[in-house]
Design a protein around this ligand. Sequence first.
Ligand code: GDP
Length: 272
Amino acid sequence: MNIRNIAIIAHVDHGKTTLVDKMIHACKVFKEHQVTGDLIMDNNDLERERGITILAKNVSLTYKGIKINTIDTPGHSDFGGEVERVLNMADGVLLLVDAFEGPMPQTRFVLEKAIQMGLKPIVVINKVDKENCTPDDVHEQVFELMFNLDATDDQLDFPTIYGSAKQGWMSTDWKKKTDNIDALLDCIVENIPEPKVEQGSLQLLITSLDYSNYIGRIAIGRVHRGSLSPGQPISLMKKDGKIEKSRIKELYVFDGLEKVKAEKSKLVISVQ
Ligand code: GDP
């Protein structure tokens, strides 16, 4: 299956939750009978209260037959090591910036890491519906920021999408309002490279851990080589150099807002 893995970088309140919510609705993740509230990404009450989105939440969307995995990144540098691990899941980044405030210093750290890792950026200038916003100046500021972070020519040639996540539209031109977010989804599909998975024996980079009362410890990661299936014997490489023999008990892939059981995977996956 055709896949795009993108990490979203945004300063708090620039509209990440609202945008992902619109992406989820545009890609009809929900079955007809499911009731949907707003702001799905912030499904944790505490988080809602604080207005921040927690670490490494993955949402998987299907647009025109292509699976778009969105990977949340912490918006600031307090999570040093976490940032790099999370970015390892992605082949591109979506830098979301408020059209009024412009890029904020707090996102610089994560963006710098993404640039150093060679990820392709797409810039989304959000909230162009705000009075007195300056999308063109903000675009200029983002360019300058990336230039100062030593972005390559290809990275500096980033596509820019403008719009209002709140009003549910995105466009290549902020003066030309649309009635959907297809411009952004098309831009992701066209500009973010497909993940490369090498042939050979399995190599999976674990980027985070999860836990379920039913199945126990869950490793979440990305396959860089080979593929996975339930029952497969594996070697778990520990930080201290020890190698532990194990076996994949169950295999899941991200699908919409959930994980679903899978038989074989070359994707962003979770194993026990
Ligand atoms: P997050 O912290 O980046 O996840 O930001 P949220 O999605 O929670 O949005 C923060 C605030 O900005 C909320 O009050 C949103 O309603 C508002 N907001 C999000 N997108 C837009 C937009 O396109 N235009 C305007 N005017 N407000 C927006």
